[in-house]
Design a protein around this ligand. Structure first.
Ligand SMILES: *Cc1c(COP(=O)(O)O)cnc(C)c1O
Length: 469
């Protein structure tokens, strides 16, 4: 079954806008707007200038928006924790978008950093991140990755299996180190945007069953080269509301309380997953309210068990960078397609696609779009923005109302692409990955260089290099 079989031709929530030029505030970076000529501007720069200078497709990241959001999220959890007499640590989940620049921005705002591979770890280190404030995740970390983490003094390794516990203990012992570890558990709570589902068992690869946690921690406590510091749980992504986190916290605190019988448990890590607005229909809970609701739920459970509140850790990725990113494309072709007797859809092909934004193809994710180079007085036309790849599922924006006069050469902007677009980018069809440009106060600079065709050819071992025999 393909995605189009389950999707209605037009999603119920999508209504023709009163003004096709309108920028729905929640999905665009703060201060995005249209200049006197009608062109969209981000960070004080016209997108037409950005496209002229750097080409398209182009990832644009509003630096001030990332910095402000990192500060706001950290402050929200700090304040919520302080109200309940504990402290919080916010890790930026690097997999959402990782480059040395962004690591510097968020660590300067007091965030720690989460990585999931040796590659992500290398980027965080290249940015000068303090290893003691790095968390290493992953269900299959290699021996090399674990050894590197121990050697560097990575602050916490989140262990995911018994195999890994023994492997890590052996590596740490050989180096005479004591490695702090968190134990990843499944709380049985899955949160999916508007609903959450709570089950007794989970059929997925991450973590230990909550019912096994005590035995696992007992094993770790027997190993002198490991130090158990707490439980870790990540219930999902793009979650709205506190209910799923509260349910998960309640299950976790019960186990946390029992673990106190065998020694210290200073930390409880509740992961990330805080949702953002991708389209006009998304209405995420303000992070202050989320932080307050989650910490209050943990505090209630701790009180019920008669235990002190541990230090709390959180791992937002999308909530830090998602809204700060906008992708610019150039329209190459347009084509009206009759979908039924009543419905025509305008297909708008852009010069990128699933190689720079895999989320629609991967998850059926919804996005929105606007013509960026000009205002239009044309009526709204039901449109689908598609990429240039050889897949019919190569969709950038499944359904959107664009001005009916959208035309080849127009610049198209897709907002809320700061998270999981660059990081999930591929070279499918040998399309070079676009550059990432940071904008701030009217200045734009490349923070990740775009790939060239030469970059793509460079790894093909069958191409004779100059001077080779
Ligand atoms: C992906 C992930 C996160 C971040 O998720 P967001 O939805 O970007 O906030 C945090 N923790 C873990 C363990 C993850 O896998």
């Amino acid at each position: 079954m393909s995605a189009s079989d389950v999707r209605p031709a037009v999603p119920e929530w999508l209504l023709p806008p009163a003004d096709v030029n309108e920028l729905v505030e929640a999905v665009w970076p703060p201060r995005a707007g249209r200049d006197d000529l009608g062109a969209l501007s981000i960070g004080g720069i016209a997108t037409t200038d950005l496209a002229a200078q750097f080409g398209t497709p182009l990832y644009v990241l509003d630096q001030d928006a990332v910095v402000a959001q990192a500060r706001r999220v950290r402050q929200a959890f700090d304040d919520a924790a302080a109200r309940h007499g504990t402290t919080a640590r916010v890790y930026y989940a690097g997999k959402a978008f990782l480059s040395t620049e962004i690591v510097r921005w968020v660590t300067a705002e007091g965030l720690a950093v989460d990585v999931a591979t040796g590659g992500e770890l290398a980027v965080a280190l290249a940015a000068g991140a303090d290893p003691a404030r790095i968390g290493l995740h992953g269900n299959n970390k290699s021996r090399l990755e674990l050894a590197r983490a121990v050697e560097l003094g990575v602050g916490s390794v989140i262990v995911d299996s018994l195999v890994e516990i023994d492997r890590l203990a052996e590596i740490a012992a050989a180096r005479g180190a004591v490695q702090p570890v968190l134990v990843r558990v499944n709380s049985g709570v899955h949160a999916e945007t508007h609903d959450f589902l709570a089950t007794a068992h989970e059929d997925q690869k991450f973590g230990f069953a909550l019912t096994d946690a005590e035995a696992v921690v007992a094993r770790i406590r027997e190993l002198p080269s490991l130090r158990f510091v707490g439980l870790h749980c990540h219930i999902g992504s793009q979650i709205f509301g506190t209910a799923g986190f509260a349910e998960s916290a309640s299950r976790l605190v019960a186990v946390h309380a029992r673990l106190l019988g065998g020694g210290d448990v200073p930390v409880l890590n509740l992961g990330g997953g805080f949702g953002i607005a991708y389209t006009s229909v998304d209405d995420p809970t303000p992070i202050e309210d989320l932080a307050d609701g989650i910490v209050a739920a943990v505090a209630r459970e701790c009180e019920a068990h008669g235990i002190p509140l541990p230090m709390l850790a959180f791992e937002p990725g999308r909530a830090i960078v998602g809204r700060a990113g906008v992708t610019l494309y150039e329209v190459g072709t347009t084509k009206p397609v009759r979908v039924s007797d009543e419905l025509e859809r305008l297909y708008v092909s852009v010069d990128g696609g699933m190689s720079d934004n895999a989320r629609p193809a991967l998850y059926g994710a919804a996005y929105s779009a606007r013509v960026a180079n000009r205002r239009s007085d044309a009526p709204a036309a039901l449109s689908r923005v598609v990429g240039r790849h050889c897949e019919s599922g190569d969709i950038v924006v499944d359904a959107e109302y664009l001005p009916a006069d959208v035309t080849p050469g127009d610049l198209l902007a897709v907002p809320a692409t700061g998270a999981y677009c660059y990081s999930l980018a591929s070279n499918y069809n040998y399309v070079p990955r676009p550059p990432v440009v940071a904008v701030s106060n009217g200045v734009a600079r490349v923070i990740v260089r775009g790939e060239t065709i030469d970059d793509l050819l460079a790894r093909d071992a069958g191409i004779p290099t100059e001077g080779a025999e």
